[in-house]
Design a protein around this ligand. Structure first.
Ligand SMILES: Cc1cc2nc3c(=O)[nH]c(=O)nc-3n(C[C@H](O)[C@H](O)[C@H](O)COP(=O)(O)O)c2cc1C
Length: 176
């Protein structure tokens, strides 16, 4: 063990499960952000926290409308999922740019992305300022999943995606 700079340590600590949070902007248009800083925080009630940078358009969206859907993009969605982590909704409409299809959520207003492995509808109940990010803490109000699309995405630092399923199968060679 030796001292490493934060980039090398992040790479070593990888992979992190890579998810997409769908929010609504002030005009009620859905936006999507790629996130690896998220966690489940409680089982009963089921709760999730996401950490969103102050500069992100998604931060603005969550300040406007305190709901999001946390989607686990499936293996075949790597290219579009990557775009959501590298372009801002301030400049592009990510549903138009990616071809992701929005489908109605059961309870919250932001839509689910069609074809994902699992999706959690969330209502924000609290938030915490932490350095240059805000942690939004949310209660899960509905859960969805698709056994046919079990392979989903993990990020290696901020440079690469791989896919892994719940049985431990791994694909390092994604085309995106
Ligand atoms: C692998 C990966 C993980 C990321 N994780 C986070 C994260 O946890 N929190 C965050 O605020 N941004 C994260 N980002 C950066 C945002 O996804 C990116 O800045 C995005 O363009 C913001 O979109 P928006 O401006 O439409 O909200 C990540 C990007 C990548 C590629």
């Amino acid at each position: 063990m030796k001292e490493l700079d934060r980039h090398k340590a992040f790479e070593l600590a990888s992979p992190f499960p890579y998810v997409l949070a769908v929010t609504l902007d002030a005009r009620d248009r859905p936006n999507i952000i790629g996130l690896s800083w998220w966690m489940f925080t409680s089982w009963d009630p089921l709760m999730i926290a996401i950490s969103v940078g102050h500069q992100r358009y998604s931060h603005e969206c969550l300040e406007h409308h305190r709901e999001f859907v946390l989607c686990f993009p499936s293996e075949g969605q790597a290219k579009d999922a990557w775009l959501c982590g590298t372009k801002s909704g301030r400049k592009v409409d990510k549903f138009l740019e990616t071809g992701f299809k929005p489908i109605h959520s059961k309870i919250v207003q932001p839509p689910i992305i069609e074809g994902v492995t699992a999706a959690f509808e969330c209502k924000v109940v609290n938030h915490l300022e932490t350095g240059d990010h805000t942690i939004y803490i949310a209660e899960v109000v509905a859960t969805h999943g698709d056994h046919e699309r079990a392979m989903h995405l993990y990020s290696i630092h901020y440079t690469k995606l791989v896919s892994i399923d719940c049985k431990g199968n791994i694909n390092f060679d994604l085309k995106y």
